[in-house]
Design a protein around this ligand. Structure first.
Ligand SMILES: Cc1ncc(COP(=O)(O)O)c(C=O)c1O
Length: 441
């Protein structure tokens, strides 16, 4: 039995009870599963690796707190996420800031933290233009006492990450990061800004659900080469190199959502590839190594619980990527409409991600291939072709797996949808950690 199937059968009685008390759809997060995922990553990337959780995957306070209590730092993209990290008890010294669209609020947060002597761990910048804007914002403050803002510059590694197009941010054609020429120009701006800014290294994130480990290793090698060039060119000083030189390799460790025999690279494989890149690097290498996973920490710990609204006979052809795995198209004889859709789990509509789903308490073992849809007025609100019990009927409970990352975090109120409740299962039983929102604006 797969780890996911094992987890879902363990929580089935809990789901039945919770669904009797709470309106569907709702999310159900298992603390044990969350801790298990964290401990896999902690063993794969042992200290002195710097480990930060990318809050964008799921900023729910109890989730962030559980990881903070295990020693994880926070990787944030906005002042909202910085506030969530602080609320979970994470100090500035373990908060990093990145993101392609930082505004004045994010700059102010970084400047204020540094000038009060309690700087963020680092700020990763994405472009020459951003480097200049940050240098200007710092200069506009006049002389600043306190600590420097430590800076990483994000490299676009120009690789083929082997993932959904929508997640392949390490491709040269994506909007993220700098090529080596722009990286050098951004580094010069930081160096010229003097004391308030301190360049300490390189930021990399090659994409999410990464399947091509060799390409990822190439991305790390390119980042190490860029780092060595900054040291050789004096843009990172020898002193800074020795004490704070850093390469953050980002996140992207994949989780298995599709049935089949595909062997995904494990977190330990990623660490092995990083080790190989570090030990094979011809130039100086940064002493500090960092990761910032999101999905691999939280995705498998949360289920989305939904009820069937309607069932009807309707011949539909579901096309790849939402067809059955390995098929270009799946001919379905039946249509099932659930009460959860793209407002609670946008990944299928956004980039064709498939999530396993199943009936919580099937009355029969016989199944039929059905096209599963959400209730939203968009034809992309679809969950794909799945085998469901032949007697599936209105009111039946379904669970959708892998709904802990980029699901609730990307929730939308489109079509007047209330925000679902969040339930957590822990040693003290089931708790409601966020009530369902009211159905009004
Ligand atoms: C810069 C950066 N780091 C880390 C992550 C986390 O990625 P994942 O959830 O695939 O681990 C992301 C996700 O978008 C990101 O953009």
């Amino acid at each position: 039995m797969s780890r996911l199937a094992d987890f879902t059968s363990r929580v089935t009685p809990i789901i039945n009870k919770a669904a009797a008390q709470h309106a569907t759809p709702f999310y159900l997060t298992d603390e044990g599963r969350l801790s298990e995922a964290a401990s896999i990553l902690e063993s794969a990337f042992p200290e002195p690796w710097v480990r930060s959780y990318s809050l964008k995957a799921d900023p729910l306070p109890p989730v962030v707190k559980l990881l903070a209590q295990r020693g994880w730092g926070a990787n944030c993209v906005s002042i909202g996420e910085i506030a969530a990290a602080r609320e979970a008890g994470i100090p500035n010294s373990r908060i990093t800031l990145e993101g392609i669209g930082k505004g004045e609020g994010e700059f102010d947060a970084a400047i204020h933290a540094a000038s009060s002597g309690d700087p963020l761990r680092w700020v990763a910048i994405e472009s020459f233009d951003e480097a200049r804007a940050l240098a200007d914002a710092v200069a506009a403050r006049g002389a600043v006492d306190g600590a420097a803002i430590r800076i990483l510059v994000r490299l676009n590694p120009a690789i083929e990450p082997g993932t959904h197009s929508g997640l392949a941010v390490g491709r040269g054609s994506s909007k993220f990061g700098t090529d080596p020429t722009e990286l050098l120009a951004a580094a010069r701006i930081i160096a010229e800004a003097g004391a308030p800014l301190q360049l300490i290294g390189i930021h990399l994130h090659a994409g999410s659900q990464l399947r091509n480990l060799q390409e990822w290793q190439t991305a790390v090698e390119r980042s190490l080469a860029a780092y060595a060039e900054l040291v050789h060119g004096g843009l990172i000083t020898d002193e800074v190199h020795r004490t704070s030189g850093t390469l953050c390799v980002g996140g992207g460790e994949p989780i298995s959502l599709e049935p089949g025999n595909e062997r995904l690279p494990t977190a330990a494989d990623f660490c092995g590839a990083a080790d190989a890149a570090w030990s094979g690097a011809p130039g100086v290498t940064p002493p500090i190594r960092a990761i910032e996973p999101g999905r691999a920490l939280v995705a498998e710990a949360t289920l989305l619980i939904s009820r069937v609204l309607h069932v009807r006979e309707r011949h539909e052809t579901v096309l790849a990527p939402l067809a059955l795995p390995g098929e270009a198209a799946s001919a379905c004889a039946r249509q099932v409409i659930l009460d959860a859709g793209m407002s609670e789990l946008i990944r299928p509509a956004l980039y064709g991600a498939r999530h396993p789903l199943r009936a919580v308490a099937p009355r029969t073992a016989s199944t039929i291939l059905a096209a599963l849809h959400g209730p939203i007025c968009e034809s992309t609100d679809a969950l794909g072709a799945h085998h469901v019990p032949t007697d599936t009927a209105r009111g039946d409970l379904f669970l959708i797996e892998g709904a802990g990352a980029y699901a609730d975090a990307m929730w939308s109120s489109y079509n007047g949808r209330p925000r679902p409740a969040r339930l957590m299962v822990g040693s003290a039983g089931v708790k409601v950690v966020r009530e369902r929102s009211a159905e009004k604006f």
